[in-house]
Design a protein around this ligand. Structure first.
Ligand SMILES: NC(=O)C1=CN([C@@H]2O[C@H](COP(=O)(O)OP(=O)(O)OC[C@H]3O[C@@H](n4cnc5c(N)ncnc54)[C@H](OP(=O)(O)O)[C@@H]3O)[C@@H](O)[C@H]2O)C=CC1
Ligand SMILES: CC(C)CCC[C@@H](C)[C@H]1CC=C2C3=C(CC[C@@]21C)[C@@]1(C)CC[C@H](O)C(C)(C)[C@@H]1CC3
Length: 425
């Protein structure tokens, strides 16, 4: 079959604005971020654990490769592909596409998490050395990065066979480097297997908590029992991942699924960045144990609880409102009309700040770092990166909403002046 000629000539509707620093970003990010992943893992296990130490703790050649790593990764991706097709849970429809159709998605991610948990316990019962994941972390990250590159090249090439309505508006600039990075095709599928939806929530997100558990088991191997700090980090992050999979349907209306193409940025983000940098606190704690008083632990649990409450309540309120504005839980909230026919909430959580869900997410991110104490910056990497990511994301969303809702969006901004942090930003 010949590539879609219309797509090749770029006669496809597209956004002219370039994100993430345009071509320069598209060249630098794929070089710089994979190195950052390896650098951060190495720093987390070095005695100094300092991101500023010189020379940096680089891995030796034999630390980079272990033949077990590609086999484990392959087994993991195969397992989750099989679980994706399991006839469990319901099937939901995504938002309306440009050609007027809707795609169908299986909602069985939470089942996949539970089955992964049961398999993990079985392996543990059979004496599998889960703590070995600590030694395997660098080789696994190397393999995940390699898979991200190969997979993104595949996605880029196959996008030339996609019809124009299946391409993302932002991913068809005609600049191959930028389009490869940002993603051309919106919902690439092999039959009914949706590659973006699969990667967004399954192998990377569930892989992240499995790696965390491996760090906990390494601590048990080294010190006889897991520390309170390690238990907190594992529990908080498991709650976050379980929540994402329990509310899997909500991901169908996120910017990543609805608007962004599937290119290197999301592939690498899902398969390498999330599992190997979001849980750095656990890797850090293996080599740098921290004592935690019950009082401090209670304060950190309260912070994570508050963050989770704001995150979940605000996300659920908006999702409910978008699905059924007449539902009793949202029907009495004050709203403003927009020219598109959709309304915007101006009371409740969305009348407090313009992104209450980001605020809750950031409070949780802080709670994940605090069990690691204040002696090192590394465990705070996630909360710092995440603040930058969400401020940038808020800005992207703001531009999209202004384009969508025009004057109504300006009215909303006047009614709710703060973006994420009340009275600050
Ligand atoms: N851990 C991680 O790495 C990441 C986590 N996240 C989390 O993912 C979650 C989803 O975030 P994200 O996808 O960025 O977007 P949001 O869930 O914040 O959704 C933004 C959209 O909500 C709608 N909206 C905005 N304001 C209103 C309003 N007042 N009333 C009704 N609808 C409104 C608009 O879409 P429309 O009007 O078209 O419905 C807007 O485009 C967040 O909790 C975030 O913290 C996000 C990125 C990374
Ligand atoms: C590599 C780059 C610097 C950045 C890549 C960004 C990605 C890592 C994130 C973009 C949006 C994401 C979401 C989640 C994970 C991180 C990425 C992929 C999410 C699945 C986390 C769990 C949440 O509950 C969620 C709302 C489901 C998230 C959706 C967005």
């Amino acid at each position: 079959m010949r590539p879609n000629s219309q797509a090749l000539k770029h006669k496809v509707p597209h956004d002219t604005e370039r994100e993430f620093g345009g071509t320069l970003g598209a060249i630098c990010i794929p070089i710089f971020l994979p190195l950052t992943v390896l650098f951060l893992i190495c720093v987390s296990r070095s005695p100094e654990a300092s991101v500023l130490q010189w020379p940096p703790p680089l891995p030796s050649q034999d630390q980079l490769w272990d033949p077990v790593a590609p086999m484990l990764l392959l087994a993991w991706i195969t397992l989750h592909t099989l679980l994706y097709f399991m006839p469990l849970g319901k099937v939901s429809e995504g938002l309306l596409l440009r050609d007027g159709t809707r795609l169908k998605y299986p909602i069985n991610g939470f089942h996949a998490l539970c089955i992964s948990g049961v398999l993990l316990m079985l392996l543990l019962g059979l004496g599998a050395p889960m703590g070995y994941l600590f030694e395997l972390l660098v080789p696994l990250a190397v393999c995940a990065i390699a898979v991200s590159f190969v997979f993104s090249v595949y996605l880029y090439i196959r996008s030339f066979w996609a019809p124009s309505h299946a391409l993302a508006l932002g991913g068809n600039t005609g600049n191959p480097l930028y389009d490869f990075f940002i993603g051309r095709e919106l919902n690439p599928r092999i039959g009914s297997f949706d590659l973006k939806y699969f990667c967004e929530l399954r192998p990377g997100l569930i892989g992240w908590v499995v790696i965390n558990f491996g760090m906990l088991m390494k601590e048990v191997e080294l010190r006889g029992s897991p520390s309170l700090a390690m238990i907190l980090v594992n529990s908080f992050q498991l709650l976050y991942v379980a929540d994402a999979l329990w509310n899997e349907e909500a991901v169908l209306s996120t910017m990543d699924i609805v608007h962004d193409g599937f290119g290197f940025m999301l592939v690498f983000g899902d398969l390498a960045w999330v599992p190997f940098t979001y849980g750095l606190q656990a890797a850090f704690l293996v080599v740098h144990p921290q004592a935690l008083t019950s009082l401090r632990a209670a304060a950190i649990i309260a912070l994570n609880g508050a963050g989770y409450y704001i995150f979940r309540k605000s996300n659920s309120q908006k999702n409910q409102f978008r699905r059924d504005p007449s539902h009793p839980t949202v029907a009495r909230l004050e709203t403003i009309a927009t020219a598109t026919g959709k309304r915007l909430l101006v009371s409740g959580w969305w009348g407090f700040v313009r992104h209450p869900n980001y605020l809750g997410d950031l409070l949780m991110a802080l709670a994940w770092s605090l069990p690691c104490g204040f002696s090192h910056l590394l465990p705070y990497f996630y909360v710092i990166y995440f603040t930058v990511l969400l401020i940038h994301r808020e800005d992207r969303d703001e531009r999209q909403c202004r384009a969508k809702y025009g004057l109504a969006w300006d009215t909303y901004c006047r009614r709710v002046p703060y973006r994420i942090f009340p009275y600050i930003y």
